[in-house]
Write a protein that binds this ligand. Sequence first.
Ligand SMILES: [Fe+2]
Ligand SMILES: [Fe+2]
Length: 472
Amino acid sequence: MTNVADYSEKIPNNVELREDRRLQRALESWQPNFLNWWESMGPTLPTQDVYLRTAINVGRQGWAHFGHVAMKDYRWGIFLAERDADRRIGFGEHKGEPAWQKVPGEYRAELQRLIVIQGDTEPASVEQQRNLGATAPSLYDLRNLFQVNVEEGRHLWAMVYLLHAYFGRAGREEAEELLHRNSGSEDAPRILGAFNEETPDWLSFFMFTYFTDRDGKYQLGTLKESAFDPLSRTCEFMLKEESHHMFVGTTGVDRIVERTVGVMLEKDTDDVAGYGVIPLDAIQKYLNFHYSVSLDLFGGETSTNVANYYTAGLKGRWSEERRKDDHRLTDDSIMVDSLIDGDIGQTEVAALIGLNTDLRREYISDCRNGVNRWNKILDEAGLQRRLRLPSVAFNRKVGAFAGIEATPDGQKLSPDEWQRRKGEWLPTDVDKTHVRSLMRPVHERGKIASWIAPPRNGINNQPFDYDYVHLP
Ligand SMILES: [Fe+2]
Ligand SMILES: [Fe+2]
């Protein structure tokens, strides 16, 4: 095993693919299907080349190379984090045993399912974002969009590698299916709800990369703990790339808030829609929407499947090694959100059963950091107004609160009241039309759209007015 990728191969990799001819051939025959998918379902804006980072190494330093490349020639590769030969399983009934280098027969179906679900989200987001290039607010943002897109494409490769290498024919069939399902499709939609929603504008894109890519971070964090070592190492490296996606979301919303606040102060009004920016009310509604659909991605508050995954060692907790308990959890309990006589409350359940809740709570506290950061911009401008995360009961379609409606404050509402008032909290057609009316492309070097502030820094120490993308 080497860290440095082999780029002389058709498929760049650090898994010594050439040592396994059968696997190499299987992946090489999947490659044209992937490229067809990229051509037909990937970014629609034609470009000459884009200033992209390409993974070349999994070590601590200098893992990526930056340069202008034509997107169809991007080198999607297979990279696993370095192997720790002594790695031991950190939790569950196999705790302390050596990590698995092969898939144990008894867990084959479950592991395959976990990999397919993760894999399905990666190309889904590329599909959701495919038309955004046409309305990019700057070349800097356009480049970031494409960077996220090519890396989600690489994450698909990461999961397809595992399916091909460890799951035989069934795995190869699943790899094909990952290209056949499409976001929002009637006949063959993506597996998870949030990945069938549209990403029609850049406010949605930044909220998606903040909230929904962050869900991805937490899912990958649990798979990084897996006893199945190749899955663990794959996810560890994906997390490295993922942090840039969330940076795009965090700073994207920063820059929108900054611009809106600037105009609010200048015009001395909250009602700034007429001045070519996005009012705070609309930002809050988009936040409410993306946060609530992302909470659904964590599944029900209780789950026996997830308890079994944990006990078997397939999927751990966020920061498993930092938890101060026995890492088996057979005698522990947790309070989970639940409906009690129809009201929003909590109940105590076995810790193993409540693992989805544990993960969702880690996620929620991470989400708060962004909101605090955006609120600092409001605070420093001397404004009273604050953004906030809505209640866990708000706008949920999965879990304990799927059957009820609630305000962002967590007050239960009747279905009628919800219908009457939901436009106060979720984007209405008026909000969406306004946001979309601002989405006019700024594809000129060094220029930026009216509704967003320029970034503080460029990419890889380049200035904001760098030629990040060459259009035809
Ligand atoms: Fe990803
Ligand atoms: Fe991502």
